[in-house]
Structures are given as C-alpha cells and as structure tokens.
Write a protein that binds this ligand. Sequence first.
Ligand code: PLP
Length: 398
Amino acid sequence: MLNEKIIELGKNSSEIRELSEYGDKRKAEIGAEKVFDFSIGSPNVPCPDRVTQDYIDLIEKGDATAIHGYTPAPGSMETRKAVSSYINERYGIDCRPEDFYMTAGAAASLAITLKAVCGRGSQVIVLAPYFPEYKVFIENAEAETIEVSLDQESFQPDFEAMSEALNEKTAAVIVNSPNNPTGALLSEESLRKLSSMLMEAQNKFGTEIFLISDEPYRELVYDGAKLPLPLDYYNNTIVCYSYSKSLSLPGDRIGYIMVSPKADRRKDVFTAICGGGRSLGYICAPGLAQQVVAMNQGVTSDIEKYAENRDLIYDIIKKCGFETVYPAGAFYLFVKSPSGDGREFSERAKNHELLLVPSDSFGMKGYVRISYCVSREQIEKSAPAFRALAAEYGLVNN
Ligand code: PLP
C-alpha cells in the first residue's frame, strides 16, 4: 500500500522548482534570452578551475577502485581531518575529525540532524521566512514545525514570540545566516539573546535544546562584513554545511554536519547523527567529491560576482519604487509586494517574463524572492520588465 502522505509530498514539488520548470518551458517557447528567470538559487559562477583540475587528476591518475569506492559511513578520515584542521585554523576552535559527518549537501545535513535530535512529538522552531524544505525534514523526523517570525525591517528574531514558543517539547531551533530568502545576517546581539534564552529554557525544562545552524551561505558575505557564528554563542550547536554555494558544486551533493566541540554530550550527539544518517540511508557521501573538497579547504568560487549582481539588481528594484532591504549576504533579494500579496505579485511579474518566487511557502506572506545568482546580462536586460511591472502598480511612469 502506498503512503498517501508521501504521495502528496511527491506530487507537490517545491514552489521554487515549479517556477523554475515553468521558466524552462517558457525559455523553450520564446527563447532563453527573453525570460528573466530569478527563481532557483543555483550558482551561475562556475567552480574554481583548480576544483575542476582536481577532479580530472583524480580520475586520470587515481586508483579507480579507491576513487569510486565506499568510504566509512561518516566520510573518509582524510577528508574529516582536512575539514577539521581548516575549521580550527579559521575559527580558532578545537574540533576533531570525529566531530564531522560528511553528507550529500545541506539538505542531507538537515534531514540527518533533525532525525538525530527529534523524537515523536518534538517541536522545532524555525524563523520565518525560512527555507521551505525544513518543514519536510522536520515532519520526517516526526516532529512539529513552530514558526517564529523575523522582524520585517531588521530580519532579526522576534524574541517575545521566541520566548512564548519555547517549551518542554522544543528539541531544536534552526537558524540560517546569511539567510535564504532575505539575505540578512543574524546579529551578534540576536545570537547572544537567543543563546541566553535557550540556556534558560534548557534549565527550566530540564531538556536539551539544539541550535541547528544551517550554513550553506557562510562564505557568501559581502563588503568585508563579519559573520557572527552561532557556534561561538551556544554550546549545543550543530552546524549543517554545504559546498553547493561556496564552491558552486550543488549537483555534486557534498557537505557536512559538525557537532560543536563544546556540545554538552558531544560524543552522544555525534553517535545520534550517525544513527540519523543510517536510518535515512545517508551514509558515505559522494566519495569523489569528498576527496575534492578535502583538497580545497578555504577555496571559494568568485563570490565578488554576486556582490556586483546584488548592487545591480538592488539599484533596479529601488529605482522602480519597490521596497526591499539591502542584503549583506547569500544571493537573494526579498522584495515587498506592492499589493501586499506575494503570489499576485509573482503572477503579475510572469506577464513580463520575470520569474520571482512568492514568499508564501517560506512561511511569510507578502513578498517575492529574487535569486540574483544569474548572469549580469540577465539582470541588466530585465530592467525594462521590472519598470513596466512597477508602472502597473503606479510606482513609476512607464
Ligand atoms: N538550506 C538553505 C537555506 C538553502 O537555501 C539550501 C539550498 O538552496 C539548502 C539548505 C540545501 O542545500 P544543498 O543544495 O547543499 O542541499
């Protein structure tokens, strides 16, 4: 017998993917250059040449059985050593290779971590707007999603709502900074407040509450801004990382989970992560990609290109009279719908071949998300379409 709930999940691909598929169809109909596809967050900046060369060298010169062979379930020890020594050097912490579990990207990192820290009836707090797949992974861990809104000006948590949401069932809070879809960073002050609130709740309820830090955009911070890391503020932190964006390798499916060296039950938490991975069949992340990332710690693709794109699209959007907040990181711009309805805005934009993701599935209504990891040319050419859209709302004269 098929599982009806899972059929539903399979039927409804994410709104982002639906719009992206619509974009592909439209490009085939009228030509790719006439469609301004800002839907999906797939890096347009290529991976560094040295990454490509490492893949080539490994395949050409390596031992095929070793290159394509299984690694241990949490990943090859060589890779875990390379990652931990880089993280120690960069962040001045004291982690060990044994704190790392290599994964098939941040999605796998999150699914495993949630499976590890939740039980039936647990609750997981997410800060809205949030990456829509969190809900799927939380449900799969038999837990309930509790939404706490971010302030719509600063995109920092609403701490009153957070305090009300915390209870004895709270297993975890997920944070994501730099953020998808807002591009905002969580401030030091917010992390301090959040940490003291979580510590207080742990004491009050006699439970463990994990801070799951979803960090696929950790490297994508612009203008020399310093990114405060949850790890530095709260001991029971689990980091979910991915090389999808930082090295432009989204299809290679490679990332990791790192248990904070300061976690209260560091070893047990890691054992639970191994159990989570095993239960989901997420063992032995792609082996070739593990070897390549081990050789490229601290390397990123040309992230400055995204900062240039940000300025270009921000300028267009502001000149059109739309409301948005200048993003400090990631590659998204979160734009307020002039009508107050994100879906209506997205539908209307489609008439101008502008593909903007409505914010509804991110748990906050009234906005669209623009992914600006696209060519500079696409952004430049989209300006008249944005202007025509703005004119429909009476924001500018066309
Ligand atoms: N978390 C956030 C906030 C994301 O934006 C994404 C992908 O866009 C993921 C997780 C999943 O990343 P990955 O492709 O590495 O699985």
